[in-house]
Write a protein of this length. Structure first.
Length: 261
C-alpha cells in the first residue's frame, strides 16, 4: 500500500480540474460528432488519427449505441469482409462464420472502438445532450450542449455552445440533429425531397450497401452517417450487421479531412 494519505477533497479536485481542462479545450473543434454508435466512433477514430481536433458527445451513460445487444440480446455482431478489415485495424478479434460472414463479440467491439478513438486523440463525452445546433449564414457551425441529467429532470437550465467547423449526426434512427436543422432553419437537405424522408423496412443487403452511399454532407457543415444516413434518405434498415456503419464513419472522416484542407 502507498503511504499517501487519501484526501476526499483532493479526489474531487482531480476530477473537476481534469474534466474542466478537457472541456475547455473542446469548445472550439474541427469536428463535433453527436452519437456514440459504431459510425460515430469510427469517424472519431479516423478524424483524430488524421490530426483533426475531434470530440464525440453521447447522451447516455454508456458509449456504443446499438452494438451492445447484438441481435435480440445475443452479444454477437456480424460484418462482411470490408467491415472485418476495419475491425482488425482497431485490434478486434474476428471469426469467419461462413464465406463472406464474420462475427465478433459485441462487447469487445465497443471496447475496441472506444479505445481506438481515445488513443487516437478523440475526446469522448458521455451524459452530454445536444439540444440544438448553431447556424450562421446558412451553415451549421456548432452544437448546443447540456447535461443529460438536466434534460431527464426537465429542468430549465441554459446550455453551453461548442463551435465546430463540421458537425456529424451519428444519432442513428432518430436523426436528432437533422430534425433540429429541419425544424429550425430554412436550409434544404440534400435528400430526394429536400426534407427528411424516413426509414424504410428491413432489407439487409440493400440497407447495408446504401449506408456508405448515403453518407454525405447533407447540409452545409453537417454530415450524416450510419443509420441516420439511411433514415434521412428513405433507405432500408439492416439490423445487426455493422460493416456499413464502419465504412460510413470512415468515409465521412476522410471527406471532412479533405475539406478542411
Amino acid at each position: 500500500m502507498s503511504d499517501t494519505i487519501i484526501d476526499e477533497v483532493m479526489i474531487s479536485k482531480a476530477i473537476i480540474q481534469t474534466y474542466h481542462e478537457i472541456l475547455m479545450d473542446s469548445l472550439d473543434l474541427d469536428v463535433a460528432i453527436v452519437g456514440g454508435g459504431p459510425a460515430g466512433l469510427m469517424a472519431a477514430y479516423y478524424l483524430a488519427s488524421l490530426g483533426r481536433k475531434t470530440a464525440l458527445f453521447e447522451r447516455k451513460l454508456s458509449i456504443g449505441g446499438g452494438i451492445w445487444g447484438g441481435g435480440i440480446g445475443y452479444n454477437v455482431v456480424v460484418v462482411q469482409d470490408e467491415g472485418r478489415r476495419l475491425m482488425e485495424e482497431i485490434g478486434l478479434e474476428v471469426k469467419e462464420f461462413a464465406p463472406g460472414y464474420f462475427t465478433a463479440d459485441s462487447i469487445q467491439f465497443v471496447a475496441a472502438l472506444i479505445r481506438a478513438a481515445g488513443q487516437a486523440g478523440a475526446r469522448i463525452f458521455n451524459l452530454s445532450t445536444v439540444e440544438d445546433v448553431m447556424v450562421k449564414e446558412g451553415r451549421v457551425c456548432g452544437v448546443v450542449l447540456n447535461h443529460s441529467a438536466i434534460e431527464v429532470a426537465g429542468l430549465h437550465v441554459d446550455p453551453i455552445s461548442i463551435r465546430a467547423k463540421y458537425v456529424i449526426d451519428a444519432t442513428g434512427h432518430p436523426m436528432e440533429i437533422l430534425h433540429k436543422v429541419q425544424q429550425k432553419t430554412d436550409i434544404p437537405l440534400a435528400t430526394p425531397t429536400g426534407k427528411l424522408v424516413g426509414e424504410r423496412s428491413m432489407n439487409a443487403p440493400l440497407g447495408e450497401a446504401s449506408v456508405p452511399k448515403n453518407t454525405i454532407e447533407i447540409a452545409p457543415g453537417l454530415y450524416v452517417v450510419g443509420m441516420a444516413a439511411n433514415a434521412a434518405m428513405g433507405a432500408f434498415r439492416m439490423g445487426p450487421i455493422f460493416g456499413g456503419m464502419l465504412l460510413s464513419g470512415r468515409k465521412a472522416a476522410r471527406e471532412i479531412n479533405e475539406r478542411l484542407g
